[in-house]
Design a protein around this ligand. Structure first.
Ligand code: IMP
Ligand code: MG
Length: 178
């Protein structure tokens, strides 16, 4: 285990099994369709790569990078689009793939934006859900794991751009960010 971690929360095996199960559920829903799968950079990339390989329907891939103003381990402020989509979402069935829903600010705003741009449908797939932290009215259509209010890293998730390449998810030692 990485020395900066309190403990491992989700092992590689647990991640693999659950992501595959959720992927199969999503696949059934999109049978016969061709969704545009939007990965939210950068936190979702590892989950995204594993998730799309569980889909058998034809997919198109696209990415967005957004950030809320402010820094540290608490998200705050206004949503800023740092990288926009290459594809037009009008009339498309869109699947947003996110690493974690915390306050819900990011996804509440993104979902609204994509609907305003004319998406036919918007589904939210998240790896992690911190339901106890929710401040905005948003809930995922598909969620792999509910977690407690702890700061987690690994499998794409970072703290100050570190730990994204850990193959598992761990709880970061509080002393490192408080
Ligand atoms: P929200 O807009 O408050 O829902 O925040 C979502 C974003 O906050 C995620 O996409 C992450 O980038 C970040 N975030 C929230 N909690 C964690 C965590 O425990 N570890 C790493 N990033 C987190
Ligand atoms: Mg993120």
């Amino acid at each position: 285990m990485h020395q900066d971690l309190e403990r491992i929360l989700l092992t590689e095996e647990e991640l693999r099994a659950r992501v595959a199960a959720v992927g199969r559920e999503v696949d059934v829903r999109y049978h016969g369709r061709r969704p545009l799968v939007i990965g939210i950079l950068k936190g979702s990339i590892i989950f995204y790569a594993d998730f799309i390989r569980c889909l058998t329907c034809p997919v198109e891939l696209d990415f967005m990078a957004v950030s809320s103003y402010g820094s540290g381990t608490v998200s705050s402020g206004k949503l800023k689009i740092r990288k926009d989509l290459d594809r037009d979402v009008a009339g498309r069935d869109v699947i947003i793939v996110e690493d974690i829903i915390d306050s819900g600010f990011t996804l509440a705003n993104l979902r609204q934006l994509l609907l305003e741009r004319g998406a036919n449908s918007v589904a939210i797939v998240t790896l992690l859900n911190k339901a106890s932290r929710r401040e905005y009215d948003i809930s995922p259509d598909y969620n792999c794991f509910d977690i407690e209010d702890e700061f987690v890293v690994g499998y794409g998730l970072d703290q100050d751009e570190k730990y994204r390449n850990l193959p598992y998810i761990g709880i970061l030692k509080r002393a490192l960010y408080e």
